[in-house]
Design a protein around this ligand. Structure first.
Ligand code: BTN
Length: 247
């Protein structure tokens, strides 16, 4: 596929339960073109990872879902997580945000504070991802946040300026598109690009697993998406529910 064949088309909603729920419902009802982007000023039931709620003040943030049709094997689904994470990282670099890291699997941190979260939901047929709904929330103009495990930040807090949300979204989508098309052509070294900016990669940090707290070092990510951590000299691999970051 070349760049002119992949075009974004937008559905903008003032308020919606969740842009991901809306996208999945659209996919159930009719055939949707790859590149459809659903944006909303407000989500009544924004979904986060692990069944959590994603809260964001009305009109101040970016919350959107992009529908793609990657036709890749389900075994490679973590490639999509990497793709989105490296796109967000590159986009924030172009906005001159400093100290951006990818926190496994695909949160985006700025100097340790969370600025963006990603929830990918796939439709699968015969082991193939027919459609992927990539839901992304970015804190843009919001200045105060509730209490979370990890403090939050926003573009405004980091850069001390306001943003045209639509313009910011378009810039992100162009970066995502270019990475996605190179990925489809097999021209992208996703693993190296992802690991280069992975929070905690190769450095000792504190974690917690079923066995308690420990100082560990992230050594890699398996194709399944499991995180590989050196825990007291032993290589362990974790899925999302099994490991908590304490740093
Ligand atoms: C997380 O960090 O827990 C993931 C948050 C994902 C939030 C986005 S906002 C747009 C899309 N619609 C949703 O309901 N969730 C995602």
């Amino acid at each position: 596929m070349d760049s002119s064949e992949f075009q974004f088309q937008f559905i903008h909603l003032n308020s919606v339960s969740s842009t991901n729920i809306y996208a999945l419902e659209l996919l159930r009802q009719k055939s949707i073109k790859e590149g459809t982007v659903i944006t909303a000023n407000f989500q009544e039931k924004g979904k986060g990872q692990l069944g959590k709620v994603w809260e964001a003040d009305k009109d101040k943030n970016l919350q959107f879902s992009v529908i793609i049709s990657p036709k890749i094997n389900i075994e490679h689904q973590f490639q999509l997580s990497k793709l989105v994470a490296i796109s967000l990282k590159k986009w924030l670099d172009t906005l001159a945000v400093e100290g951006v890291k990818i926190k496994w699997p695909n949160d985006i941190l700025v100097k340790g504070k969370k600025i963006a979260g990603v929830l990918i939901e796939n439709n699968i047929l015969k082991q193939q991802i027919t459609h992927s709904v990539i839901g992304i929330g970015v804190n843009v103009d919001q200045e105060s946040f509730g209490e979370f495990d990890r403090p939050a930040t926003s573009l405004r807090l980091e850069l001390q300026r306001t943003f045209d949300v639509k313009d910011a979204l378009n810039r992100f989508l162009e970066i995502f598109k270019s990475y996605y098309l190179s990925f489809l052509k097999g021209e992208l070294n996703l693993q190296d690009t992802y690991l280069k900016d992975l929070f905690g990669y190769g450095v000792p940090q504190r974690y917690q697993d079923a066995g308690g707290d420990f100082l560990g070092v992230i050594l890699g990510v398996l194709p399944s998406g499991k995180l590989q951590v050196n825990r007291n000299g032993k290589l362990k691999s974790y899925d999302l529910k099994e490991l908590k970051f304490l740093d």
